[in-house]
Design a protein around this ligand. Structure first.
Ligand code: NFE
Length: 503
């Protein structure tokens, strides 16, 4: 039978997934990005120095990543020498935003697939927050709304946590996580100017100063978030893993893994990174070569030529293209499908033995769960990878903030040339993000973004290979083919952002 499981809720943007289910197993899945935006078209002809502002509007969740990728592409094009403070401030802003994003993803976007929200209906204690949630949940369920806005509706059939105290504790943490997400973004805004869409991130550094009266509140906010990560977030992820161990084997993508490496440790473009870059096939990691990235449009709604390199990219929408089923292009690395995102970041780093903290935490948690690190490309693996990254990142940001040199420059001076080109690569929360800019006569002649969810939620490529998320869905056993809580757990584990994917 054919079942559309979209629109998928608790993700960003418009995604449908068409599935075919036979004998209780998903035998085919097609991810359909359902709208077109056209940033790369309307960037043409504009002042390049506006691009880090304009591209941030691709997304309200990961705007800093776009700002950093755009700034880095321009730094590369203008051959800027970024001062150490400038690079550190980029890291402090983007890193704090990742902490927000990991917590948001686990609690607000995914937890209600596992936590039994109806446990709160029996709550009779004195906690005011839980009492308020109880009354709201009851009112929403009783309303019988056809199009509910409550994130826990429609409540799908399936197994949920069955321990009352564990459910109530997780609901409390869901509420507290929102306060922590606010703190993480407050920390980012201290240097970024505001959230979303930072005004201070600029090619060459940051327009904010490195001042002690900014560093101290930044550290204090990150410390609070760090405590929550260790005392609530990691234990909650492990509790879900303990109750749903089958999800170490569910939702595994077929293909390789790509990470650009995250957070440069120095001002030079080729500095070592906190997390190592690389592309991994069959456990072997190679250096990333942007020339190996090509985008197929055989099944995407574009009439542009297919299989173009990033610097040759073209975009011509063709809404009625026959048999094309998505507005998302299909990027491939050397013709192969890769998964990007937190699991790819961790696996690529771990395979190279690069970051000792990553190794320690992967070994500890994989050992506790009785899984192999190669199983991180699973539903639970993606959740655990985010939790591990959050712990490593929080410590790094505290140390990094101490490396700021108060009173020293935070910006390079800029004199953009008439013609230039540059690449800027970073890791957004959802994975590898690449911007390319070509400038002619002081104007943007070409701008191209190859975005995390474009990789993960891509349609079939010209060879017919399914994208990472499609491949993760195919083969899944589903108890209720109409609802498919299992498939939705898989899709949400990728944290797709369709706003970004179709940009
Ligand atoms: Ni719109 Fe974005 C994606 C991330 S790209 S959320 O996909 O992370 O920077």
């Amino acid at each position: 039978m054919q079942v559309d499981i979209g629109p998928i809720t608790r993700i960003e943007g418009h995604l449908n997934v068409k599935t075919t289910v036979e004998n209780g197993v998903v035998t085919d899945a097609r991810c359909e990005g359902e709208m077109f935006r056209g940033f790369e078209i309307f960037l043409r002809g504009r002042d390049p120095l506006d691009s880090q502002q304009i591209t941030q509007r691709i997304c309200g969740v990961c705007p800093y990543a776009h700002a950093i990728a755009s700034s880095t592409a321009q730094e590369n094009a203008y051959r800027l020498q970024v001062p150490p403070n400038g690079r550190i401030l980029h890291n402090l802003i983007q890193g704090a935003n990742h902490l927000y994003d990991y917590l948001l993803h686990f609690y607000q976007l995914c937890a209600l697939d596992y936590v039994d929200i109806t446990a709160v209906l029996e709550y009779t204690g004195k906690d005011r927050e839980l009492s308020k949630v109880r009354d709201w949940v009851k009112a929403e369920i009783d309303s019988g709304k056809r199009y509910p806005a409550a994130p826990f509706l429609p409540r799908l059939s399936g197994k949920y946590l069955d321990n009352r105290d564990a459910n109530l504790g997780a609901i409390k943490n869901y509420l507290e996580a929102m306060k922590m997400e606010q703190k993480a973004n407050q920390a980012a805004a201290i240097f970024g100017g505001k959230f979303p869409h930072a005004t201070a991130i600029f090619p060459g550094g940051c327009t904010q100063e490195a001042r002690v009266d900014l560093i101290v509140p930044y550290q204090s906010l990150i410390r609070e978030v760090r405590d929550f990560i260790h005392h609530k977030y990691i234990p909650d992820v492990l509790a879900v893993a303990g109750a749903f161990p089958e999800y170490w084997d569910i939702g595994r993508s077929q293909g390789g893994f790509l990470s650009y490496g995250h957070l440069p440790l120095g001002p030079e473009p080729d500095s070592r990174r906190l997390l190592a870059p690389g592309v991994m096939f069959d456990g072997q990691v190679e250096a990333v070569d942007f020339n190996q990235i090509r985008q197929d449009v055989g099944n995407a709604k574009y009439s542009s030529p297919s299989n173009l390199r990033v610097r040759d990219a073209a975009i011509t929408p063709q809404p009625n293209k026959r048999d094309a089923y998505s507005w998302i292009m299909a990027p491939r690395y050397a013709g192969q499908v890769v998964e990007v995102g937190p699991a790819a970041r961790v696996m690529v780093d771990y395979a190279q033995g690069h970051n000792p903290e990553i190794k320690k935490l992967v070994d500890r948690f994989a050992g506790q769960a009785g899984i192999q690190p190669t199983q991180l490309n699973s539903v639970l693996g993606r959740h655990l990878s985010r939790a591990i990254l959050a712990a490593v990142l929080a410590d790094f940001l505290l140390a990094e903030s101490q490396r700021l040199q108060p009173g020293q420059p935070t910006m390079a001076s800029i004199d953009p040339p008439a013609s230039a080109e540059g690449f800027g690569a970073t890791e957004a929360s959802r994975g590898a993000l690449l911007h390319y800019i070509r400038i002619e006569n002081y104007k943007i002649a070409k701008y191209e973004c190859v975005v995390p969810t474009t990789w993960n939620a891509s349609p079939r490529d010209d060879q017919g290979q399914p994208g990472a998320m499609e491949s993760a869905l195919i083969g899944t056993r589903v108890n209720n083919p109409e609802e498919q809580i299992e498939s939705k757990r898989i899709v949400r584990s990728f944290d797709p952002c369709l706003a970004c994917a179709v940009h």
